[in-house]
Design a protein around this ligand. Structure first.
Ligand code: F6R
Length: 587
C-alpha cells in the first residue's frame, strides 16, 4: 500500500529518490518523505502530507545533500494522514531513519516495551517501532541492531534503514515486496522495478526473510543468518512503458495499449499451457481466486469454462476463500489471479491452499512479485507496467488468459488463439477518437446523476460488475450491477424517471436482456445499450462488435473509457482515486 525506495551510489540521492517516488506514487499518495545521509554524516529528514510533486517543491527535496538516501510514499493504515505519521521515521536522537511498507502486527506490545525503556514516540504509526528497536540494540553495531530489530517484528515488512556516519543502507523483506536494482553508478532497493527502471534494468528478486546490506562496494544478502547469492535478472520492460508519453493520464495510455497487451498475454510457452490443461483435467475441484477486478476476471473465467470447455470451476473472492478451505485436498487446483501479485488476501489464499497440499498456479503481471515465488506454477500476463491505480489493460489480459485456457481445455487451443488474435483491430478502434467523443457525450449526460445501474446476463453480467467497479472507483458516482433476471426481485424499485441503466447485449441473450431493459424503460429509466445492433429501446447506443465468448473484452473497453471521461469531467485525477492504492497489502 506504500512505496519505498533507497539509493546508495555516486549520484545525488535526492534527485534519484524524487523521481523514484513519483514512479511509486500509484502505491500510495497521502504523504511522502525523504531521508538522506548528509555529506557531513548526519541524517536529514523532510516529510509531509500531500502529493509528491507539491511536497517536493514545498520542502525543497532537491536541495538535500548526500548520495545515500531512503524515501517513502504513504497510503495510511495505522494513524491519520498527518506530517508526523509520514515516513521516514526516526529514533529518539534522530540518528536512525527508516521507511517501511507492510503492517507490524505486534507494534502495540513493542511500543509499550520501548516506552517503558524511555523511548519517545512522535507518530501513531506501527512503523516507528522499527527505528526505536534498532536504537535499542545499537550496542551490537548498526547491522546486527537492524537484524535483531527485524527479527522481533510480526506481520509484513519491506524496510530500509539508514544511520548517521554509516555508509550503507540496511534492508529486509517479509511478505512485502522489495527488489534490488544494480546500476553502474549505484544500487537501488525498492518496492517495484519501474521506480528505478530509468537507471537500470538489472534486478535481483529478493526472497522472504532476506536481509540486505547495500554499500558502495557492493551488496550482501543474508537469509537465516547465512550469506546467500541471488541471481541478477534483466527485465524486458522499458522506461517508455512506465511513462505517460503524449497521454494526459496513465489510465488513458494503458487503456489505449490493449490491442497490444491482449496479444502479449497470448504469448505463452505452449508446453506450460499443455501442462496446465492436464492439471485442470486431472484436478478434483478447480478454483479461480481473486479480488476486485481480478475477481471479475475469475468470474468471467467460470462462465467461459462452463461455455467453452464444459468444465466446472469455482470463482471465489480471495477474502472469502477461507470459507472454502475444507473442500481443499491434494487434488485441488487453485488459480490465484492478481495483477500486482502482492494482494494480501490472495497471498493468504495461496498459503491456505498450500497448507492443504493443493496445487497453486499464479496468474500475475508483476515479475518478481510475491505470487511469482509462492505458487507452484506461473502464467505471466505480459501487460507491461500498469501505473494507474485502476486495472484496465491487466483486466483484459486476465480475461484473455481465461479464454485461452478454456479453449485449450476444450481441445481448441489454436482456434482460441486465432479468435482472440482476430480482435486486434476491433480493440484498437474501441479507444479511437470517435469512440472517445461519443463516450464524452455520454459522460456529460451521466456526470450529475446520483446512481447508474448496469445489467447483463451470463458473461455480460460479469462485464456489468466490472464496469460498475470502474465507474465508482474513479468517478465516485454510485454504480451498481445486477444480473438482468434479478431486476424484478428487488432492484426495479430503484428506477425513477431518468435513472440511467447500461445494458450489455449479446446475440445469445439479446431478447431476454432487452426484455429486462424494457422493464426499466417502462418505469422511466434512461437506457444505454452496449451492443452490436441498435434498438428502439436505447436512448443512447454504444456500438461494439459482437464477439461471442470474447464480448467481455470488447464490451468492457468502452466502459473503461466512460469511467475515465466521467472522472475527467468531474475534475478528478483518474490515476489516483481517493482512498485506494494499487497494491493492497493489508487484509
Ligand atoms: C480495480 C482494481 C482493484 C484490483 C484489486 C486486486 O480497478 O484495480 O479492484 O483489481 O485490488 O488487485 P490485484 O489484481 O493486484 O490482486
Amino acid at each position: 500500500m506504500c512505496g519505498i525506495i533507497g539509493y546508495i551510489g555516486s549520484k545525488k540521492a535526492s534527485t534519484i529518490l524524487l523521481k523514484g517516488l513519483k514512479n511509486l506514487e500509484y502505491r500510495g499518495y497521502d504523504s511522502a518523505g525523504i531521508a538522506t545521509n548528509h555529506a557531513t554524516g548526519h541524517i536529514e529528514v523532510r516529510k509531509s502530507v500531500g502529493k509528491i510533486e507539491e511536497i517536493a517543491r514545498r520542502l525543497n527535496f532537491e536541495s538535500f545533500e548526500g548520495n545515500i538516501g531512503i524515501a517513502h510514499t504513504r497510503w495510511a493504515t495505522h494513524g491519520a494522514v498527518t506530517d508526523e505519521n509520514a515516513h521516514p521515521h526516526t529514533d529518539c536522537e534522530g540518528k536512525i531513519a527508516i521507511v517501511h511498507n507492510g503492517i507490524i502486527e505486534n507494534y502495540r506490545e513493542l511500543r509499550e516495551q520501548l516506552i517503558s525503556k524511555g523511548h519517545r514516540f512522535t507518530s501513531d504509526t506501527d512503523s516507528e517501532v522499527i527505528a526505536h528497536l534498532i536504537e535499542e540494540n545499537l550496542q551490537y553495531g548498526f547491522e546486527d541492531a537492524c537484524m535483531k530489530a527485524f527479527d522481533s517484528l510480526e506481520g509484513s515488512y519491506a524496510v530500509l534503514a539508514l544511520k548517521e556516519d554509516e555508509d550503507k543502507i540496511v534492508g529486509a523483506r517479509k511478505d512485502s515486496p522489495l527488489v534490488l536494482g544494480i546500476a553502474e553508478h549505484g544500487v537501488f532497493l525498492a518496492s517495484d522495478i519501474p521506480s528505478f527502471l530509468e537507471w537500470t534494468n538489472k534486478v535481483v528478486y529478493l526472497n522472504n526473510y532476506d536481509f540486505i546490506i547495500a554499500e558502495r562496494g557492493g551488496v550482501k544478502v543474508y537469509n537465516d543468518g547465512k550469506e546467500v547469492s541471488r541471481h541478477i535478472d534483466t527485465v524486458e520492460w522499458n522506461v517508455e512503458e512506465a511513462k505517460k508519453g503524449e497521454f494526459k493520464h496513465f489510465m488513458m495510455k494503458e487503456m489505449s495499449e490493449q490491442a497490444e497487451t491482449i496479444m502479449r498475454a497470448l504469448q505463452q510457452d505452449k508446453n506450460t499451457v499443455w501442462d496446465i490443461v492436464d492439471e485442470i483435467k486431472n484436478a478434483f475441484g478447480v478454483f479461480f481466486v481473486g479480488c476486485g477486478s481480478s475477481y471479475h476476471a475469475c468470474l468471467a473465467g467460470s462462465y467461459l469454462f462452463s461455455k467453452v470447455a464444459k468444465v466446472h470451476v469455482n470463482a471465489v473472492l480471495a477474502s472469502e476463500f477461507e470459507n472454502y478451505e475444507h473442500f481443499l485436498t491434494d487434488r485441488t487446483l487453485v488459480f490465484a489471479v492478481s495483477q500486482s501479485g502482492e494482494t494480501a488476501d490472495i497471498l493468504l489464499a495461496v498459503r491456505a491452499a498450500k497448507r492443504k497440499e493443493s496445487r497453486v498456479i499464479g496468474i500475475t503481471n508483476v515479475v518478481g512479485s510475491s505470487l511469482t515465488m509462492e505458487g507452484h506454477a506461473l502464467i505471466m500476463m505480459n501487460s507491461g507496467p500498469e501505473i494507474c491505480v485502476l486495472s484496465t489493460k491487466t483486466y483484459t489480459s486476465q480475461v484473455v488468459l481465461m479464454t485461452m485456457l478454456a479453449y485449450a481445455v476444450a481441445g481448441k487451443y489454436e482456434d482460441g488463439l486465432e479468435k482472440i488474435g482476430g480482435l486486434y483491430l476491433e480493440v484498437y478502434n474501441l479507444t479511437s477518437r470517435t469512440m472517445r467523443d461519443s463516450l464524452t457525450t455520454l459522460a456529460e449526460i451521466l456526470c450529475d446523476k446520483w446512481d447508474i445501474y448496469l445489467i447483463g446476463r451470463g458473461l455480460q453480467y460479469t462485464t456489468a460488475l466490472e464496469a460498475a467497479l470502474k465507474i465508482k472507483e474513479v468517478s465516485y458516482l454510485h454504480a451498481e450491477a445486477f444480473a438482468g433476471g434479478e431486476l424484478k426481485h428487488g432492484p426495479l424499485a430503484l428506477i425513477e424517471e431518468g435513472t440511467p441503466c447500461i445494458v450489455f447485449v449479446s446475440s445469445e441473450n439479446r431478447s431476454k436482456i432487452l426484455s429486462n431493459a424494457e422493464e426499466v424503460k417502462s418505469r422511466g429509466g434512461y437506457i444505454i445499450g452496449v451492443s452490436s445492433e441498435q434498438d428502439d429501446l436505447f436512448d443512447f447506443w454504444i456500438k461494439v462488435p459482437e464477439a461471442e465468448e470474447l464480448n467481455p473484452i470488447v464490451q468492457i473497453i468502452p466502459m473503461q473509457v466512460l469511467a475515465y471521461e466521467l472522472a475527467v469531467l468531474r475534475g478528478l485525477d483518474p490515476d489516483k482515486p481517493r482512498n485506494l492504492a494499487k497494491s493492497v497489502t493489508v487484509i
